[in-house]
Design a protein around this ligand. Structure first.
Ligand code: SF4
Length: 371
């Protein structure tokens, strides 16, 4: 007896869902109804798409279709309200997705402060940090995720699924609730470019999250930065800089040996910004490594003339990471030099450090529990 293979609806475009309906002998508008059911209403099974005829719902399930939401395997709640979720994927792999109830202090979506204040809500503006790969191949020396290596790319459905599962879990109502998405979890989104971009389009067209509320961070996959700039629908761009010269950056981020600062900054200068849009540079400060006054001055020269801001992130320490968190004094000195030179610079509050949910700390759930 042949087994019915489970097929996920999440990740399919309107056109693909229309084909699913037509192949089942249904009118093509049923595709639109499935699209709205899985993305806008975020149902958990095909049976819940209530405007489809019952026999068609049954036929979808019989044909092996499921919505394909990842399961929430574990969650860790931080004292600051951040929640780190371990999401179980269909093949037994898992990724982490982080819910930050008051944003991460770095990305505020479209920058507008005109949020809808909900009473009885523990949050006014939440940010979801999403993974794009199981593990990561980029090997940044200060990152715990890097220690895993890369296991595989996530599908578009798995990327969107993390967000839908969390929106359901947190009872988010769109579009009235303010939710920002940052593609800054496990993995390098630009090494899984097609699936990442497909997920973005589904989030915009299906789930109803504006692209201006999304930010993607890259370690500097230069050819994809150019591709990304020509996308008609795209999130904002953040570049993970972390060093002020090539010698240092190649040491901290081996990807710099392939695309050095000259190439990266040329791509940043060529990047077509929308009106009022700014590039973000992320700079993880490592004590006595990249946080000197000289480093700050070099960073100023790198970004000079760019419409950009710099987010400073004090290292989130972890086991097996050979760096230390700088003192408050050094962090503020670094920031001061940038600001004095006219570069907007913000110190990001670490979120969920106690539960290993902060930047560069993802995917230690299982390992840490056994340590
Ligand atoms: S910082 Fe990001 S790009 Fe670098 S290894 Fe970690 S997950 Fe990958």
């Amino acid at each position: 007896m042949s087994e019915v293979k489970e097929r996920s609806l999440l990740g399919l475009t309107l056109q693909e869902l229309t084909c699913v309906a037509e192949e089942a002998g249904q009118a093509s508008y049923r595709g639109q109804q499935i699209f709205e059911g899985i993305y806008r209403r975020r149902v958990e099974s095909p049976e819940q798409i209530s405007n489809l005829p019952q026999p068609f719902r049954g036929a979808l399930v019989e044909a092996g279709f499921s919505v394909g939401l990842p399961g929430i395997e574990k969650k860790f709640v931080s004292t600051d309200g951040t929640v780190r979720y371990l999401m179980a994927l269909a093949d037994g792999q898992s990724v982490e997705t982080v819910w930050m109830p008051e944003g991460d202090g770095g990305e505020a979506g479209d920058g507008s402060e005109a949020g809808i204040e909900e009473e009885n809500r523990a949050w006014n503006r939440a940010t979801i940090c999403v993974s794009s790969q199981v593990g990561c191949a980029v090997d940044c020396q200060f990152c715990l995720t890097a220690l895993l290596g890369v296991k595989r790319n996530l599908t578009a459905g798995e990327i969107v699924g993390q967000i839908c599962a969390l929106l359901n879990e947190q009872h988010v109502l769109l579009p009235q609730d303010r939710v920002n998405i940052v593609f800054m979890g496990m993995g390098e989104p630009f090494l899984n470019y097609d699936n990442f971009m497909k997920a973005v389009r589904l989030l915009v067209e299906g789930v109803g999250i504006a692209e201006s509320r999304m930010t993607v961070s890259t370690a500097g996959i230069v050819p994809r930065v150019y591709d990304f700039g020509s996308e008609p629908v795209r999130p904002k761009l953040a570049i993970s800089l972390n060093a002020s010269n090539d010698e240092l950056r190649s040491r901290l981020m081996p990807i710099n040996r392939k695309w050095n600062l000259e190439k990266l900054m040329a791509a940043a200068r060529d990047f077509p910004l929308r009106p009022r849009e700014r590039l973000t540079f992320e700079y993880v400060l490592l004590s006595e490594v990249n946080d000197s006054a000289q480093n700050a001055r070099e960073a100023v020269e790198l970004v000079r003339g760019l419409r950009a801001k710099v987010n400073l992130i004090a290292l989130n320490p972890g086991p097996d990471i050979a760096f230390e968190t700088p003192s408050e004094e050094r962090i503020l000195q670094f920031q001061k030099i940038l600001i004095a030179a006219g570069v907007p610079a913000f110190v990001r509050r670490p979120r969920g450090r106690d539960i290993f949910a902060a930047c560069g700390q993802l995917k230690r759930t299982v390992e840490l529990q056994t340590i």
